[in-house]
Design a protein around this ligand. Structure first.
Ligand SMILES: [Zn+2]
Length: 435
């Protein structure tokens, strides 16, 4: 990554050649790292099809290879990059975007090996995935990479940092008994400075420019002064309550005196997409790679609004992920939710089920966790006290567990473990264990 960046800054092609040389050292005979899968040395990069071994290292390797491919030095990497993205997103990634499920070796597991309580999902692996998806976005212009970048940013990177900004997670489990808490520092201190680096560089991930186009990939209350390749400026403000609300307003403050394509990402979860230009909804636009593209000679004072339908969605998992059988996760906009003990005093959150018929209400709570939208529903809680310490019991065609109804409150997953310690889970059963 650094060598390709050095090439871009200096124009010296030997830096790019050296970057390619380093990627090409994987999978040689004899192997630089003993041809071990753990070091991604089992195959040449161009022949790799699955994420294996140390999660952070493999994602960084993919970043460097994508940079080399993006500079048109190595077209042979494209098949590997596409297959690796499918390996990650279809078989080896948590719903949060987190990657690397094994504590042993901080590594990727087998296909569908995605345990919740023992999820490793190192914060650095999520950051590496953000960096990789950014590079894939730059190479292809396809919004699916920006979608995953955003999902990972909100739900796999951000949980790594406490709300007060002083404590960090190294591992990010999706279920917990109240044992896993953020720490001020780690003996192997990769994640805290990696979070600092990403957050410091975050503004650079919001927009891109090309000769005749401006892309807006992430949404937040912000101002941008973009320099086009020919030196012209494109200046605008964004007003929005994103990620709580799907309305995004772009106020153009300065634009070149020629047609510019303004490309706004339309996320995969958007239930609907509507837009206006200066209050008119009949402006011509096209959708390219899931970007809404509006092309015109922009004037200072032009206002574009984009309305992304933000509904609460229940998400299920491929049935081979054993731990998620009969369970749903909750998503609203880019945010994944969880249930935490601090909001539930009449049931252990590991006993709570959310029936398919339960309506999920959206409620903004400005005092809670620095201001969050919570999801509320009527759930059912199993009561295992009658088990009286037993681990197993004869199954008589129905469970012997009693149940009672319970008010359920789900909070954004990034904000968990910021109050008193207690159980948490992301994947909620749809059916209570009941007699
Ligand atoms: Zn780390």
């Amino acid at each position: 990554m650094a060598l390709v960046e050095l090439y871009r800054v200096t124009g010296e092609s030997r830096y790019l050649q050296l970057a390619r040389f380093i990627v090409e050292q994987r999978g040689q005979e004899p192997g630089l790292f003993g041809n071990s899968k753990y070091h991604q040395d089992h195959l040449k990069f161009r022949d790799q099809r699955d994420f294996v071994g140390h999660a952070v290292r493999h994602l960084y390797l993919a970043c460097g290879a994508t940079d080399v491919a993006a500079e048109h030095l190595e077209a042979l990497y494209d098949d590997a990059l596409n297959a690796l993205w499918i390996s990650l997103t279809q078989r080896r990634m948590y719903v949060t975007g987190g990657a690397g499920s094994r504590w042993e070796g901080e590594a990727f597991g087998e296909d569908y090996e995605l345990p919740n309580e023992r999820a490793y999902t190192e914060t650095c692996a999520a950051i590496a995935s953000v960096m990789w998806n950014w590079r894939l976005l730059l190479k292809t212009g396809d919004a699916k990479y920006a979608d995953l970048l955003e999902t990972t940013l909100y739900n796999a990177v951000l949980p790594g940092l406490s709300l007060e900004g002083q404590h960090y997670f190294y591992q990010n489990p999706l279920a917990d008994r109240g044992e896993h808490r953020r720490q001020a520092w780690f003996g192997c201190a990769c994640c805290p400075p990696n979070v600092a680096r990403l957050l410091a560089s975050l503004p650079g991930y919001f927009c891109t420019v090309a000769e005749d186009s401006v892309g807006i990939h992430l949404f937040a209350e912000s101002s941008a002064d973009l320099t086009m390749p020919n030196g012209e400026h494109f200046v605008f403000d964004v007003h929005t309550d994103y990620p709580w609300d799907g309305r995004i307003q772009v106020d153009v403050a300065f634009a070149p005196d020629r047609p510019i394509r303004l490309c706004l990402r339309t996320p995969w979860w958007a239930a609907s997409v509507e837009f206006t230009v200066n209050g008119m909804s009949d402006t011509e636009a096209v959708v390219e790679k899931d970007y809404l593209v509006i092309c015109r000679v922009w004037q200072a004072g032009d206002v574009v609004t984009l309305d992304l339908g933000m509904t609460v969605q229940r998400i299920e998992t491929h049935p081979h992920v054993l731990g998620n059988r009969g369970r749903v996760a909750l998503r609203r906009g880019p945010l994944i939710y969880c249930i935490e003990q601090a909001d539930h005093d009449t049931a252990d959150v590991w006993d709570i089920a959310l029936p398919d018929t339960a309506e999920l209400a959206v409620e903004f709570q400005p005092q809670l966790l620095d201001g969050v939208i919570v999801l509320k529903a009527q759930g059912i809680a199993s009561d295992p006290t009658e088990w009286d310490g037993a681990l197993y019991a004869p199954y008589m065609g129905h469970s012997s567990t009693e149940t009672h109804s319970v008010d359920v409150t789900a909070i954004p997953y990034y904000a968990w473990a910021n109050r008193e310690a207690g159980p948490m889970q992301v994947w909620i059963p749809t059916v209570a264990t009941t007699r």
